[in-house]
Write a protein that binds this ligand. Structure first.
Ligand code: FAD
Length: 79
């Protein structure tokens, strides 16, 4: 495996809802650099293993972040 050193202002442990929302706030509101690491192979937190058969089972408005409000007439269709 090729190793490379790099420096960031914030190292976020966990690519679950909290880690990604925090990263979004940093990117939106500051010039900080960051890296997110997770023991799993993709973002999404424990939902990936607890609920692999659903993508979202709450109103989307609950999942908006600073840079992208969800709910009302807004929707993302990626992924
Ligand atoms: C059984 C259950 C049902 C739920 N149902 C709902 C629901 O219906 N609706 C709802 O809104 N919320 C629900 N929740 C709550 C919701 O899932 C959590 O509030 C949310 O996922 C928390 O996000 P998180 O980022 O804190 O944690 P997580 O989603 O658990 O993410 C944490 C991440 O950190 C990583 N991690 C942990 N330790 C390390 C480490 N040492 N090194 C590297 N990576 C690490 C994990 O792999 C994971 O990806 C439920 C929770 C549970 C447990």
């Amino acid at each position: 495996m090729h190793e490379q050193d790099f420096e960031v202002d914030y190292l976020i442990m966990g690519a679950g809802a909290c880690g990604m929302a925090f990263a979004d706030s940093l990117v939106t509101n500051s010039k900080s650099t960051l890296a997110i690491v997770d023991r799993q192979h993709r973002p999404g937190g424990h939902w990936n293993s607890a609920y692999p058969f659903v993508r979202l089972h709450q109103p989307s408005a609950f999942y908006g972040v600073n840079s992208r409000a969800l709910g009302s007439t807004l929707a993302t269709r990626q992924g």
